[in-house]
Design a protein. Structure first.
Length: 318
């Protein structure tokens, strides 16, 4: 999800959106899901690829009144106890919700040491967690009880097979050659706990966009000035979508959307005129994010070594 004020607001908003009964009012239509077909490379089209040989976990889509694909809910085992957490690459660390200490956990300053962590097919002897103490904890085990941030994935290769709803974490050298060759790769960079992807929009390099699985319903969710520049719109009155939803910290949130005036390019994938969204009430306090709306029919690979890469395998290549 978008970050409006700070991380606490971010995780609270995600939690609230997943609760049943929160309404959405629309002046135009539902949050758009860009269904554009990109142009897969000829090399990828010639290779049959699959994640079936990998050790993976199944993720579930968390639905809300905004979208049936609002959040990626992933299983994680913490010292032998299974939880559902939200996968949020826009967050930097592993964050259990609430203040409760589970069996075997031990304090480490403002963090906790969690032994015997298993996630997406990989096991760790221990991990640091940073409790989000202000987050309410749902009694329903199917609801998210924490957040898996980017730190857990660093130094590894992380595969998200969206059609099969599988997530796979593996050593970088263990990525099958078929997946490596089939992916269309874009360069990326990790800065301040976020994964920034090299993109082009409207024929120009688009700087400062990080990949955020916490913004799954969106394509490009950006600040107001970038939204105006990319869409050619002057503001709310010119938007093609206009909707509101409730609530964060007691305030209704507003969002507007419009297609970009040109195409988005990731590697050699071209997405014609992707939908751009923004919150006009908070024009400046905003992260610019690439969500998952473009990728629900694809495999996305995060190669998070010293020189990170962002890979996409379009469904037409499988």
């Amino acid at each position: 999800m978008r970050i409006v004020y700070d991380l606490a607001m971010r995780v609270l908003l995600v939690f609230l959106l997943l609760l049943p009964g929160l309404g959405v009012t629309q002046a135009a239509q539902q949050v758009p899901v860009d269904r554009a077909q990109d142009r897969a490379s000829s090399k990828a089209q010639q290779i049959s690829v699959t994640t079936d040989s990998l050790s993976c976990s199944r993720f579930e889509w968390g639905s809300s009144t905004i979208s049936d694909k609002s959040a990626m809910l992933v299983p994680i085992s913490l010292n032998g106890k299974r939880f559902m957490y939200q996968l949020d690459t826009g967050a930097d660390v592993l964050m259990p919700y609430g203040t409760a200490m589970e069996k075997g956990w031990s304090p480490r300053g403002n963090a906790v040491r969690i032994p015997n962590v298993r996630f997406a097919g990989m096991t760790f002897s221990s991990m640091k967690g940073f409790p989000a103490k202000d987050m309410p904890v749902s009694p329903d085990p199917k609801d998210p009880h924490g957040t898996v941030g980017l730190e857990l994935l660093l130094g590894k290769t992380f595969v998200m097979d969206f059609p099969k709803q599988r997530v796979c974490l593996l050593e970088r050298g263990d990525l099958p050659e078929s997946l490596d060759q089939a992916a269309d790769w874009a360069s990326a960079e990790i800065r301040h706990g976020k994964l920034y992807v090299d993109l082009e929009l409207n024929g120009k390099k688009l700087d400062g966009i990080h990949y955020d699985t916490g913004s799954s319903p969106y394509t490009l969710d950006v600040n107001l000035s970038l939204w105006k520049e990319a869409t050619g719109k002057s503001g709310t009155k010119d938007a093609t979508t206009h909707y509101s939803f409730c609530c964060a910290w007691g305030h209704e949130l507003e969002s507007i959307g419009a297609p970009a005036s040109g195409d988005l390019k990731i590697g050699s994938h071209v997405y014609p005129k992707p939908m751009m969204t923004t919150d006009p009430a908070h024009p400046d306090s905003y992260w610019n994010t690439l969500g998952n709306a473009l990728f629900t029919g694809s495999i996305v690979i995060l190669d998070l070594g010293a020189h990170p890469r962002f890979g996409v395998i379009d469904s037409s290549s499988r």
